[in-house]
Design a binder for this molecule. Structure first.
Ligand code: KMH
Ligand code: ZN
Length: 287
Protein backbone atom coordinates (compact mmCIF):
# COMPACT_ATOMS: atom_id res chain seq x y z
CA UNK A 1 0.00 0.00 0.00
CA UNK A 2 1.10 3.55 -0.74
CA UNK A 3 2.88 5.30 2.10
CA UNK A 4 0.96 8.40 1.10
CA UNK A 5 -2.47 6.80 1.08
CA UNK A 6 -4.87 8.98 3.05
CA UNK A 7 -6.25 7.71 6.35
CA UNK A 8 -9.78 8.23 5.02
CA UNK A 9 -9.19 5.66 2.23
CA UNK A 10 -8.25 2.86 4.59
CA UNK A 11 -10.92 0.47 5.90
CA UNK A 12 -11.13 2.03 9.33
CA UNK A 13 -12.68 -0.53 11.59
CA UNK A 14 -13.23 -4.17 12.23
CA UNK A 15 -16.49 -3.63 14.06
CA UNK A 16 -16.43 -4.38 17.74
CA UNK A 17 -13.05 -6.09 17.85
CA UNK A 18 -10.01 -5.65 20.08
CA UNK A 19 -6.51 -5.68 18.63
CA UNK A 20 -4.23 -7.59 21.01
CA UNK A 21 -0.49 -7.13 20.67
CA UNK A 22 1.91 -9.34 22.56
CA UNK A 23 5.34 -8.03 23.57
CA UNK A 24 6.92 -11.30 24.68
CA UNK A 25 10.56 -10.48 25.46
CA UNK A 26 11.72 -6.85 25.55
CA UNK A 27 15.29 -5.77 26.12
CA UNK A 28 15.37 -5.37 29.88
CA UNK A 29 14.44 -8.57 31.74
CA UNK A 30 17.26 -11.07 32.35
CA UNK A 31 16.69 -14.73 31.49
CA UNK A 32 18.37 -15.71 34.78
CA UNK A 33 15.72 -13.91 36.81
CA UNK A 34 12.79 -14.63 34.45
CA UNK A 35 13.26 -18.21 33.21
CA UNK A 36 9.97 -18.21 31.25
CA UNK A 37 11.18 -15.29 29.08
CA UNK A 38 11.45 -16.38 25.41
CA UNK A 39 14.99 -15.52 24.28
CA UNK A 40 15.92 -18.06 21.60
CA UNK A 41 14.29 -18.19 18.17
CA UNK A 42 12.66 -21.53 19.04
CA UNK A 43 11.26 -20.09 22.27
CA UNK A 44 10.01 -17.02 20.46
CA UNK A 45 8.27 -19.07 17.76
CA UNK A 46 6.67 -21.33 20.40
CA UNK A 47 5.38 -18.35 22.38
CA UNK A 48 4.16 -16.64 19.18
CA UNK A 49 2.08 -19.70 18.27
CA UNK A 50 0.63 -19.90 21.80
CA UNK A 51 -0.19 -16.22 21.75
CA UNK A 52 -1.88 -16.33 18.37
CA UNK A 53 -4.01 -19.25 19.58
CA UNK A 54 -4.87 -17.21 22.68
CA UNK A 55 -6.01 -14.17 20.66
CA UNK A 56 -2.97 -12.05 19.79
CA UNK A 57 -2.82 -10.52 16.30
CA UNK A 58 0.45 -8.57 16.48
CA UNK A 59 3.82 -9.53 17.95
CA UNK A 60 6.21 -6.78 19.10
CA UNK A 61 9.67 -8.30 18.78
CA UNK A 62 13.02 -7.75 20.48
CA UNK A 63 15.67 -10.38 19.85
CA UNK A 64 18.48 -11.68 22.05
CA UNK A 65 21.95 -13.04 21.25
CA UNK A 66 23.35 -16.45 22.23
CA UNK A 67 23.98 -15.13 25.75
CA UNK A 68 20.36 -13.90 25.97
CA UNK A 69 21.49 -10.27 25.79
CA UNK A 70 19.49 -7.83 23.64
CA UNK A 71 20.86 -7.36 20.14
CA UNK A 72 19.92 -5.57 16.91
CA UNK A 73 22.09 -7.81 14.73
CA UNK A 74 20.45 -7.58 11.32
CA UNK A 75 20.78 -11.26 10.37
CA UNK A 76 19.03 -12.32 13.56
CA UNK A 77 16.25 -9.85 12.95
CA UNK A 78 15.83 -11.04 9.36
CA UNK A 79 15.78 -14.71 10.43
CA UNK A 80 13.26 -13.90 13.13
CA UNK A 81 10.91 -12.12 10.73
CA UNK A 82 11.12 -15.09 8.35
CA UNK A 83 10.52 -17.67 11.10
CA UNK A 84 7.51 -15.84 12.52
CA UNK A 85 6.03 -15.47 9.03
CA UNK A 86 6.51 -19.17 8.30
CA UNK A 87 4.96 -20.39 11.53
CA UNK A 88 2.26 -17.83 12.38
CA UNK A 89 -0.01 -15.32 10.72
CA UNK A 90 0.86 -12.64 13.27
CA UNK A 91 1.71 -9.12 12.16
CA UNK A 92 5.45 -8.89 12.82
CA UNK A 93 6.32 -5.59 14.46
CA UNK A 94 10.04 -5.12 15.12
CA UNK A 95 11.13 -2.83 17.93
CA UNK A 96 13.13 0.18 16.79
CA UNK A 97 13.49 1.14 20.45
CA UNK A 98 15.94 -1.67 21.13
CA UNK A 99 17.79 -1.27 24.41
CA UNK A 100 18.76 2.09 25.93
CA UNK A 101 22.36 1.37 24.91
CA UNK A 102 21.63 0.92 21.18
CA UNK A 103 22.82 3.54 18.69
CA UNK A 104 20.45 5.52 16.49
CA UNK A 105 22.05 4.01 13.37
CA UNK A 106 21.46 0.45 14.59
CA UNK A 107 17.88 1.32 15.47
CA UNK A 108 17.26 2.76 12.00
CA UNK A 109 18.79 -0.33 10.37
CA UNK A 110 16.14 -2.54 12.02
CA UNK A 111 13.82 -1.56 9.15
CA UNK A 112 16.16 -3.31 6.69
CA UNK A 113 15.00 -6.64 8.15
CA UNK A 114 11.72 -6.10 6.25
CA UNK A 115 9.10 -6.36 9.01
CA UNK A 116 5.40 -5.67 8.48
CA UNK A 117 5.46 -3.01 11.15
CA UNK A 118 7.70 -1.31 13.68
CA UNK A 119 7.48 0.64 16.90
CA UNK A 120 8.34 4.34 16.72
CA UNK A 121 8.72 6.17 20.02
CA UNK A 122 7.66 9.81 19.95
CA UNK A 123 10.09 11.30 22.45
CA UNK A 124 12.83 10.94 25.01
CA UNK A 125 11.90 9.65 28.45
CA UNK A 126 13.63 8.86 31.69
CA UNK A 127 13.63 5.08 31.91
CA UNK A 128 14.30 4.08 35.51
CA UNK A 129 17.92 5.09 36.09
CA UNK A 130 18.55 5.31 32.34
CA UNK A 131 17.38 7.54 29.51
CA UNK A 132 15.53 6.19 26.46
CA UNK A 133 16.71 8.74 23.90
CA UNK A 134 14.46 9.76 21.01
CA UNK A 135 15.40 13.28 19.90
CA UNK A 136 13.30 14.96 17.21
CA UNK A 137 15.83 14.60 14.33
CA UNK A 138 16.01 10.84 14.96
CA UNK A 139 12.23 10.45 15.15
CA UNK A 140 11.87 12.36 11.90
CA UNK A 141 14.49 10.24 10.10
CA UNK A 142 13.01 7.01 11.37
CA UNK A 143 9.49 8.02 10.34
CA UNK A 144 10.65 9.12 6.87
CA UNK A 145 12.37 5.75 6.44
CA UNK A 146 9.17 3.84 7.39
CA UNK A 147 7.35 5.82 4.69
CA UNK A 148 10.08 5.07 2.14
CA UNK A 149 10.06 1.33 2.88
CA UNK A 150 6.31 0.93 3.48
CA UNK A 151 6.78 -0.35 7.04
CA UNK A 152 3.70 0.43 9.15
CA UNK A 153 4.68 2.34 12.30
CA UNK A 154 3.03 2.09 15.69
CA UNK A 155 3.56 5.35 17.55
CA UNK A 156 4.71 4.66 21.12
CA UNK A 157 3.89 7.35 23.67
CA UNK A 158 5.56 7.09 27.07
CA UNK A 159 4.56 10.56 28.20
CA UNK A 160 1.91 13.17 27.47
CA UNK A 161 4.36 15.45 25.65
CA UNK A 162 4.99 12.69 23.13
CA UNK A 163 1.53 13.40 21.71
CA UNK A 164 2.72 16.89 20.68
CA UNK A 165 5.62 15.34 18.77
CA UNK A 166 3.26 12.93 17.04
CA UNK A 167 1.12 15.86 15.85
CA UNK A 168 4.26 17.62 14.59
CA UNK A 169 5.44 14.49 12.78
CA UNK A 170 2.14 14.00 10.97
CA UNK A 171 1.88 17.71 10.15
CA UNK A 172 5.39 17.81 8.67
CA UNK A 173 5.66 14.41 6.98
CA UNK A 174 2.07 13.30 6.39
CA UNK A 175 0.29 9.98 6.85
CA UNK A 176 2.09 6.77 7.77
CA UNK A 177 2.55 3.75 5.52
CA UNK A 178 -0.79 1.96 5.55
CA UNK A 179 -2.67 5.16 6.27
CA UNK A 180 -3.68 4.40 9.84
CA UNK A 181 -2.33 6.40 12.77
CA UNK A 182 -2.17 3.71 15.44
CA UNK A 183 -0.66 4.56 18.81
CA UNK A 184 0.38 2.59 21.86
CA UNK A 185 0.35 4.25 25.28
CA UNK A 186 3.19 2.76 27.31
CA UNK A 187 2.29 3.70 30.86
CA UNK A 188 3.87 3.27 34.26
CA UNK A 189 7.54 3.43 33.19
CA UNK A 190 9.45 5.06 36.07
CA UNK A 191 10.06 8.47 34.47
CA UNK A 192 7.08 8.38 32.10
CA UNK A 193 3.36 8.95 32.54
CA UNK A 194 1.72 7.06 35.38
CA UNK A 195 -0.30 3.94 34.64
CA UNK A 196 -3.75 4.91 35.84
CA UNK A 197 -7.19 5.64 34.42
CA UNK A 198 -7.16 9.48 34.68
CA UNK A 199 -3.83 9.67 32.84
CA UNK A 200 -5.04 7.26 30.17
CA UNK A 201 -8.08 9.45 29.51
CA UNK A 202 -5.87 12.55 29.24
CA UNK A 203 -3.44 10.83 26.89
CA UNK A 204 -6.21 9.59 24.60
CA UNK A 205 -7.65 13.11 24.45
CA UNK A 206 -4.26 14.43 23.31
CA UNK A 207 -4.01 12.05 20.31
CA UNK A 208 -4.79 13.13 16.76
CA UNK A 209 -8.53 12.88 16.07
CA UNK A 210 -8.05 10.11 13.50
CA UNK A 211 -5.84 7.93 15.72
CA UNK A 212 -6.66 4.52 17.10
CA UNK A 213 -4.78 3.35 20.17
CA UNK A 214 -3.83 0.55 22.50
CA UNK A 215 -2.35 0.77 25.97
CA UNK A 216 -0.04 -1.24 28.17
CA UNK A 217 0.96 -0.76 31.80
CA UNK A 218 4.42 -1.67 33.03
CA UNK A 219 4.79 -3.88 36.10
CA UNK A 220 1.97 -3.57 38.57
CA UNK A 221 0.15 -1.00 36.43
CA UNK A 222 -0.57 -3.73 33.87
CA UNK A 223 -4.03 -4.68 35.15
CA UNK A 224 -5.36 -1.16 35.91
CA UNK A 225 -4.21 0.07 32.48
CA UNK A 226 -5.76 -2.96 30.74
CA UNK A 227 -9.08 -2.39 32.51
CA UNK A 228 -9.04 1.34 31.76
CA UNK A 229 -8.16 0.75 28.10
CA UNK A 230 -10.99 -1.71 27.59
CA UNK A 231 -13.43 0.63 29.36
CA UNK A 232 -12.33 3.53 27.15
CA UNK A 233 -12.76 1.54 23.92
CA UNK A 234 -9.05 1.02 23.23
CA UNK A 235 -6.94 -1.92 22.14
CA UNK A 236 -4.51 -3.89 24.30
CA UNK A 237 -0.84 -4.74 24.52
CA UNK A 238 0.32 -7.34 27.04
CA UNK A 239 3.38 -9.54 27.53
CA UNK A 240 6.50 -10.25 29.49
CA UNK A 241 8.34 -7.21 28.09
CA UNK A 242 5.96 -5.14 30.20
CA UNK A 243 5.31 -7.39 33.19
CA UNK A 244 6.84 -10.69 34.22
CA UNK A 245 4.02 -11.37 36.72
CA UNK A 246 0.54 -12.72 36.24
CA UNK A 247 -0.59 -11.46 39.65
CA UNK A 248 1.07 -10.10 42.76
CA UNK A 249 3.64 -12.68 43.88
CA UNK A 250 2.86 -15.04 40.98
CA UNK A 251 5.33 -15.00 38.07
CA UNK A 252 3.84 -15.46 34.60
CA UNK A 253 4.34 -19.00 33.32
CA UNK A 254 4.57 -17.57 29.80
CA UNK A 255 3.11 -14.97 27.46
CA UNK A 256 0.16 -17.16 26.47
CA UNK A 257 -1.64 -16.74 29.76
CA UNK A 258 -1.22 -12.96 29.67
CA UNK A 259 -2.78 -12.90 26.20
CA UNK A 260 -5.50 -15.31 27.29
CA UNK A 261 -6.51 -12.99 30.13
CA UNK A 262 -6.60 -9.99 27.79
CA UNK A 263 -8.77 -11.99 25.37
CA UNK A 264 -11.19 -12.92 28.14
CA UNK A 265 -11.50 -9.29 29.10
CA UNK A 266 -12.06 -8.28 25.46
CA UNK A 267 -14.80 -10.90 25.14
CA UNK A 268 -16.37 -9.74 28.41
CA UNK A 269 -16.42 -6.20 26.97
CA UNK A 270 -18.21 -7.54 23.86
CA UNK A 271 -15.23 -6.64 21.65
CA UNK A 272 -13.57 -10.03 21.08
CA UNK A 273 -9.98 -10.36 19.87
CA UNK A 274 -9.32 -9.32 16.28
CA UNK A 275 -7.80 -12.04 14.10
CA UNK A 276 -4.38 -11.47 12.60
CA UNK A 277 -5.96 -11.30 9.13
CA UNK A 278 -8.31 -8.55 10.29
CA UNK A 279 -5.42 -6.77 11.98
CA UNK A 280 -3.65 -6.54 8.61
CA UNK A 281 -6.68 -4.80 7.13
CA UNK A 282 -7.09 -2.62 10.22
CA UNK A 283 -3.45 -1.47 10.15
CA UNK A 284 -3.25 -1.17 6.35
CA UNK A 285 -0.58 -3.85 6.00
CA UNK A 286 -0.26 -5.18 2.46
CA UNK A 287 -1.37 -8.85 2.14
N1 KMH B 1 13.53 -1.18 25.53
C1 KMH B 1 13.15 0.17 25.65
C2 KMH B 1 14.36 1.03 25.92
C3 KMH B 1 10.29 -0.13 21.72
O1 KMH B 1 10.40 -1.34 21.71
O2 KMH B 1 10.11 0.53 20.71
C4 KMH B 1 12.46 0.68 24.46
C5 KMH B 1 11.31 -0.08 23.99
C6 KMH B 1 10.42 0.60 23.02
O3 KMH B 1 11.07 -1.24 24.32
ZN1 ZN C 1 9.70 -2.90 23.05
Amino acid sequence: MDAGRAAADVPRTVPGATLITVAPTGAEAAKDSVPALPVTLDELVATAKDCQAAGAAVIHVHVRDDSARPTLELSRLTDTVAALRETTGLVVQLSTGGAVTDSFEARLAVLDAGPDACSLTCGTVNFGDEVFANPWPFIRRLYARTQELGVVPEFELFDLGHAATLHRLLDELGAPAGGRVHCDLVMGVPGGMPGDAPTLVQAVAALPAEATWSATGIGRTSIPVMLAAVAAGGHLRVGMEDTASYARGRPATGNGELVERASQLARLAQRPPMTAAHARVFLGIAA
